[in-house]
Ligand binder design. Structure first.
Ligand code: GUN
Length: 292
């Protein structure tokens, strides 16, 4: 069994990005610039955005954080998005989600210029991803592809079962794993209504668990030698932790790991890769790699 170390991989990728940025700047190019809009004071969002700004520093990017109170109107927020769309110095930007109830997240996402949509949430990027065109791929599925590639996990022609059908993980993951240029796998998507879910899992060479149910995948669901990718990050109360909780994956790690060829831990697996992939997308934005 080989443990897939997302934390170490993410650190290495950020060093690679930083080296490329210094090369670009040394050659007279522009330092990539990521902007982030944060609305309100949600604890989780504050942490994410803080970590995104720190990651920008590690990569040698310029970053701008725009903060607004949660009474900002949808119209005002859309005007801020428009300003960033038109700001030639900003290569890419994100609007941290979730947004307050009175603002339509979908409307805001669709207002972002798809050429600056480094989250890869705009329907143009989602659609281009689905048909294999160059585009920003959202962070979690992109991070999983990067881990599979860097650990030389065989995927071509293999049976991949994806647990979960969310717009940000399950659906894009299925699209990417089936495509010849990425996973090139035979893909099955299972969800809360799937019959024979255990049987499907037992036949899988690769299981990608993204259903948000702690310890859902047990040893009796996993084939000997399978690769298991755990996307779960449910907060469960834990009195031994300083903040009172721990992150629990969708996989019962202790009993599943001995059966695996490769497995990701929680924490330290997929999680650290996500911000790192936002950095990769920002580098692509700076280089105008996908769109002029
Ligand atoms: N909230 C939780 N994850 C994300 C993400 O990847 N992007 C944005 N914009 N908001 C989030």
């Amino acid at each position: 069994m080989e443990l897939i170390d997302g934390k170490a991989t993410a650190a290495k990728i950020k060093e690679e990005i930083a080296a490329e940025v210094e090369q670009i700047v040394a050659n007279g190019g522009k330092r990539p610039h990521l902007a982030a809009i944060l609305v309100g004071h949600d604890g989780g969002s504050e942490t994410y955005v803080k970590n995104k700004v720190l990651a920008c520093e590690k990569c040698g990017f310029k970053s701008t954080l725009l903060r607004f109170e949660d009474d900002i109107t949808e119209e005002q927020l859309l005007a801020e998005v428009d300003k960033l769309n038109k700001d030639a110095d900003v290569d890419g930007f994100i609007v941290q989600l979730p947004l307050p109830k009175h603002i339509s997240e979908q409307k805001v996402i669709e207002a972002i210029d798809y050429r600056k949509d480094v989250d890869g949430f705009h329907p143009i990027n989602v659609g281009r991803m689905a048909i294999g065109l160059p585009c920003y791929i959202s962070a979690t599925p992109k991070g999983i592809l990067e881990l599979l590639r860097r650990y030389n996990v065989p995927t071509s022609g293999k049976k991949c079962v994806i647990l979960g059908r969310s717009n940000i993980v399950g659906k894009p993951m299925a699209q990417l794993m089936m495509q010849k240029q990425y996973g090139d796998s035979t893909v099955t998507v299972c969800h809360s209504r799937s019959e024979n879910l255990k049987k499907e899992c037992l036949e899988a060479d690769i299981i990608i668990a993204a259903i948000g149910r702690p310890d859902f995948v047990t040893a009796d669901m996993v084939k000997e030698g399978a690769t298991v990718i755990d996307v779960g990050t449910t907060r469960v109360p834990d009195a031994t932790k300083k903040n009172g909780f721990r992150l629990n994956g969708d996989v019962k790690f202790d009993e599943v790991a001995p059966k695996c060829s490769f497995i990701t831990p929680v924490p330290g697996g997929v999680g650290p890769m996500t911000i790192c992939m936002l950095m990769m997308n920002t580098l692509s934005a700076g280089k105008k790699e996908f769109y002029k």
